[in-house]
Design a protein around this ligand. Sequence first.
Ligand code: ADP
Length: 278
Amino acid sequence: MVAHVGVISAGCHFPSRPRIPQFYFAKRRPLAMAALSDDPVREWILSEGKATKITKISPVGGGCINLASRYDTDAGSFFVKTNRGIGPSMFEAEALGLSAMYDTGTIRVPKPLKVGPLPTGGSYIIMEFIEFGASRGTQPSLGRKLAEMHKAGKSEKGFGFYVNNTIGSTPQINTWSSDWIQFYGEHRLGYQLKLALDQYGDSSIYEKGQRLIKNMAPLFENVVIEPCLLHGDLWSGNISSDKNGEPVILDPACYYGHHEAEFGMSWCAGFGASFYSS
Ligand code: ADP
């Protein structure tokens, strides 16, 4: 998918996330004092990335928001996204999401390696480069692997995520809640309805939406809802497969939610019957 226009606070902190390593994150020094390299991407690849030379840099198409490149080196390939206008908070949130999914050891996602600011403003993310296969993989294996991720990605903090992130370029609010109906009503439907009202001024849709929010609870009667890790933006552009035909998911808007919320983008994801039955 798509990424991101950040309303995310650059000062976010991440309570209780012991498995998210700190090394993704650039040191937070005031920019005026920071001795930023002219090319921090190249510098990281040639140091912590363990390459001694970069042999080729090629543009990668298909993204919606950021500039994407492939860096080929003598230590393998890296995938790099840069954004000239937005600080590192957007890519930090993406790295946290990728890392949370990666750590489940279930479906394949690119391993995030480094996030930081660019000297001219903006930010970058470096991650594992994945060589894609010819197809999107099979529906049964995508369904099964996704279910494995949902089952493995548990939350002790309820519904939400460690930081706010973005879905497309729209902010996504992830304030923790112990109650799915409250979370979904306020931070998903309610937030989107308010954005739509502000943008288009259509109060009739807003009011219908508010009625739905007030009347949602009976739809969930007797349903046990456990927060589980969601990709959060699972449309066809964010689903691929690797060279072995194993499914790969990319560019997430992760949060912990009701597993069926993952199918909210199914209208443009192309899931078939065999996906759901798996
Ligand atoms: P944006 O944030 O601009 O939407 P994406 O994350 O969707 O960008 O990435 C743009 C394109 O780059 C994707 O459509 C995909 O084809 C390719 N891509 C994304 N991640 C990787 C990766 N880790 N390795 C190789 N190619 C990737």
